[in-house]
Design a protein. Structure first.
Length: 139
């Protein structure tokens, strides 16, 4: 088990660095041995936000998944999607982007509706209301 964790974790980092996104997604879907804490900063540095989101989902790290999506949504409206700077610039600016996460706001709503965790909903209610009041009321 430990050897599998080492191999899969190192392989995930190499795939992230090499921008082998499809292979990285496959690894995340097929492996339970990637050590989240070991790849988290590498995925952020490499702009592999969707991969990190998938890993958070597999690990049940709902709060981290919401936080990740909100950092993408927070600085992006539909009107300025065409003006996307390079993902590395976004990290420095606090604005994140990943073409594989086309609608992170909907992801936030779906995840909160799925988990129906009152504390989580209360924590995110004000933020959701500022982004999409009509859908926020439904949560």
């Amino acid at each position: 088990m430990l050897l599998n964790q080492i191999v899969d974790t190192v392989y995930a980092k190499l795939l992230a660095r090499g921008e082998k996104t499809t292979k990285l997604y496959t690894l995340i879907e097929e492996s339970n041995d990637i050590v989240l804490e070991e790849v988290e900063s590498e995925f952020l540095t490499q702009g592999q936000f969707n991969a990190l989101s998938k890993l958070y989902g597999r690990a049940g790290a709902v709060e981290k998944q919401l936080e990740l999506w909100s950092k993408y949504v927070a600085h992006f409206s539909e009107s300025d999607r065409a003006l996307k700077p390079h993902p590395c610039n976004r990290i420095a600016d606090g604005q994140w982007s990943d073409d594989d996460i086309p609608d992170p706001l909907t992801n936030v709503f779906v995840l909160l509706a799925k988990h129906r965790d009152l504390q989580l909903i209360q924590k995110w209610a004000v933020w959701l209301t500022s982004k999409d009041p009509a859908r926020a009321v439904k949560v």
